[in-house]
Every structure is written in C-alpha cells, then in structure tokens.
Design a protein around this ligand. Structure first.
Ligand code: C2O
Ligand code: CU
Ligand code: CU
Length: 430
C-alpha cells in the first residue's frame, strides 16, 4: 500500500512448467509463478493499481471478472498487452465484499490461455463483511478452491479432448488450486470454501460424498441476504459461491462434482460431460477442532436492481456460435445502454446446447428462470448465469459506471470455446 493508500499489485504473465504428476514436468503458464496466480485482495473504497507484465511471447490480457470498473481498465479484448509489454490499470473498488477472479480475455484465444493456467482469485472485503462472524482467516478456515478439469497425455496437458463435443474441452479429472487428488486438514469446526469453477467448459454440480448439507453464504457478486442450506450446488464456468461446511472432530468428507440435473436431455448431457463425477477435495478434520461461531441470521444487503425501474427490455438469443444471429465483431457495438439506468435482459438458449451468460462490469439479479422465481441460490448478486437448453432467464442490471462511448464492455457465453467461436457481444455505456 502506497502512502496515498493505493493498493499496488504486480502480476507477471509467464511460461514455465509444473509437476502435477510425480516426476513429470507439464508446460504451463501462470501469474508470478508457473501455474495460476496469487490471490489479490482489496477493500471497498480502496484504490487499486496493478502492474501487469506479459512475458508469454504472445499478446494476452488480464480481465477482472465481476469487478465494477471503467471500461478501459476491464482487461477485455480491447486492452491487449503485447508480448513483452506492460499495462497498468487502476480503479477504485466500489462494490460489496465478494469472491471475484481474474483471467486472460484475448479474442479467440481465451480458452487456450486460461487452460494453460492463467487464472487467480480477487477477493473484496467491506466493512460489513469484516464484522460478520463468518470464517475469515485466509488459508486457515477461509479457503480458495479453484476447480478445473484437466486431462493429461503423458506429461503434457491433453487439450484435444474436445472432439465431437459442442461445449468445448472436458477433462477426465479435476484439480483444486493446481493440485491433483487434493486434501485439506481442517482445524476449525466451520470452514468456508470459496468455490470458483475455473473449468473452461464443464458445469460442476458440487455436493459431499456423505450428502451432508452446507450453508451457501455468497454467490458471484457477494453475500446473500441470509444463508441457504444446500446439499447440491451447480456452478457453470466462471461462477463462484462461498459455502460454509461444518465438521465433526476426526471425520472426513469429500467434496464431489456430481452428475448434473440441469435440464439436459440424454444426448446433450452425455456430450457436455453431465454424466461424469469426480472427487474434488477431501476435508480431514483434526481430532480436536477450534469452535467457530454460529452463522449470523443476516448476511449482506445485495445491491442489485429488482427490475421495477428497468427502462427497457432486451433479448439475447443464444445459438452456437451466435448471439442474436451474429458472431463477435471487435468493430461493432451491439448494445448501447444509458448510464445510471436499469434494464431487463432476457436470455434464451435456442440450440439445445448448454450455455451461460456473463456480463462485464455489473452484478445482476436473476428475476426468473423459465418464468419462475429463481431458487434461493440464484437470488443473490450474480455476474454469470447458467442457461440450460431451451431455458429463458430474465435478469435485471444497472449501469452506473462512467459513460464511455468509445470503449465497450463484453457480454458472452463463459463456456470459453463458445466465447472464442464468437458468442460474445459488446456494449457501451453512454
Ligand atoms: Cu470471465 Cu468476459 O469473462
Ligand atoms: Cu468478466
Ligand atoms: Cu455457450
């Protein structure tokens, strides 16, 4: 932190190799290391400055997924950092406590850059979250859980697993924070897992092998108004959730990625990996556990519009590789919204393929899924939402950043293979 209170981060995008499999070095990319990147953390109201250096040997970008910031700082495909170049975005954090993340966004190559290892978490805190009795000792009872599916061909990552699949790459095992077959010793009665689905295409339905319930406390953009008890939680690529798991002394439980119940028919389920299951992370409780306080009744005050003041409704039809009949064009603005207004967006998957929908700069509220009130886990602040085949999802968003008619933000399918094929559009705030 500078004298003037600016929080500075240095991120170097680099190539290297990582020993995932004993004795074998897999070529990988990372931020400040060979795979994934450091967890960045800042507080609401703080000024953040990042010095990004690109030593990859090819151009890339760093996008702050879920962050509300001016478009030139967003790290989308218009903010390329050339090979050997640098970029120094800065902004003031102006949103509630949340689990966000960062990853590259070069047009047409996002899947490749993320899958090689470029991703990290960006945690935001605020005064309210600091006072709540939630597990909050990072790395002790508050753990980042970056979930990715991978496949190996000998020592190399096998990137070619996508043959015949409409969704993109699907691996045959999962890693947490870049580790295969991970386990974690737990020394507290309650542990908070910040789950990030950083897989490029796979939708994970998380649950424990003993079917225990857990408390969902936050979604993409921050805390729910109150905790929700769940046994299963589905996250599509790019989505996050914070859950609190209660452990008994000496017990073990395994977080698993389970077969989906996502409104998929037999074939699309099969070809989107929906029948697969994986052990994701084993938790091993110590023989004595430190007591943790009970969860509070009230958590956050989600700051998302409720649709009542929407000034217009727009429709987005998803049909691989098209959104509203067009593929991404860097030189075309698809949508122009008015600063300080709210809108309702209606997203529909029309091609029998699973998709999701992510909007840069904002957190939105899901108003309905197929005309029905969304389930509790979809009522909090969101920036990415799963759109099952033939589903219709209505969301309310407010655009309250600075007007900038020159620099677009993106909305897109976060199945990165779909994004790279052109399922992305650009909006400007005027
Ligand atoms: Cu996580 Cu446009 O990205
Ligand atoms: Cu994003
Ligand atoms: Cu898609």
């Amino acid at each position: 932190v500078d004298a003037d209170g600016t929080r500075n981060f240095d991120l170097t995008m680099q190539q290297g190799s990582t020993e995932f499999l004993p004795g074998r070095q897999t070529p990988t990319w990372g931020f400040n290391g060979t795979y994934l990147g450091p967890t960045l953390r800042a507080e609401r109201g703080e000024r953040v400055k990042v010095r990004v250096r690109n030593t990859l040997g090819e151009a890339s970008t760093v996008h702050w997924h879920g962050m509300h910031l001016p478009a030139p700082m967003d790290g989308g495909p218009h903010q390329m950092v050339p090979a050997g170049g640098t970029w120094a975005p800065h902004w003031t954090v102006d949103q509630p406590a949340a689990t966000l993340w960062y990853h590259p966004h070069p047009h047409g190559a996002t899947e490749d850059h993320v899958r090689r290892g470029l991703a990290g978490m960006f945690l935001l805190d605020d005064e309210r979250s600091g006072r709540l009795p939630l597990p909050k000792r990072y790395g002790v009872d508050d753990l980042p859980v970056i979930v990715q599916d991978v496949a190996f061909d000998g020592k190399e990552f096998d990137f070619e697993h996508r043959a015949l699949r409409d969704v993109g790459f699907l691996g045959d095992r999962t890693m947490v924070n870049g580790t295969l077959d991970p386990y974690r010793e737990v020394r507290d009665e309650r542990v908070r897992l910040r789950l990030l689905n950083a897989s490029t295409a796979r939708v994970h339905a998380f649950g424990f092998d003993d079917d225990r319930g857990f408390s969902l406390v936050a979604t993409d953009g921050g805390l729910l108004s109150s905790a929700v008890t769940k046994k299963r939680l589905q996250l599509s690529p790019g989505e996050r959730a914070e859950i609190v798991v209660r452990m008994e002394p000496g017990e073990r439980t395994v977080l698993r990625s389970l077969p989906l119940d996502a409104g998929l028919n037999f074939w699309s389920k099969r070809f989107s990996g929906g029948d697969d299951s994986f052990d994701v992370l084993q938790l091993r409780a110590a023989e004595t556990l430190r007591p943790s306080p009970a969860l509070p009744d009230r958590l956050g005050e989600p700051e998302v519009p409720d649709g009542s003041d929407s000034v217009r409704e727009r429709h987005f039809r998803l049909q691989l590789p098209l959104i509203n009949g067009r593929t991404m064009d860097m030189n075309r603005i698809d949508t122009t919204v008015t600063r300080s207004t709210a809108e309702t967006w209606v997203i529909r998957s029309e091609d029998g393929t699973p998709h999701n929908f992510h909007v840069h700069d904002v957190q939105f509220r899901i108003l309905s899924v197929n005309g029905r009130r969304p389930p509790p886990e979809l009522r909090g602040p969101k920036d990415t939402v799963f759109v099952a085949p033939n589903a219709t999802v209505r969301i309310a968003l407010r655009f309250d950043g600075p007007a900038d008619p020159e620099t677009p933000y993106m909305y897109h399918c976060h199945l990165l293979y779909h994004e790279d094929r052109g399922m992305m559009g650009q909006f400007v705030v005027v």
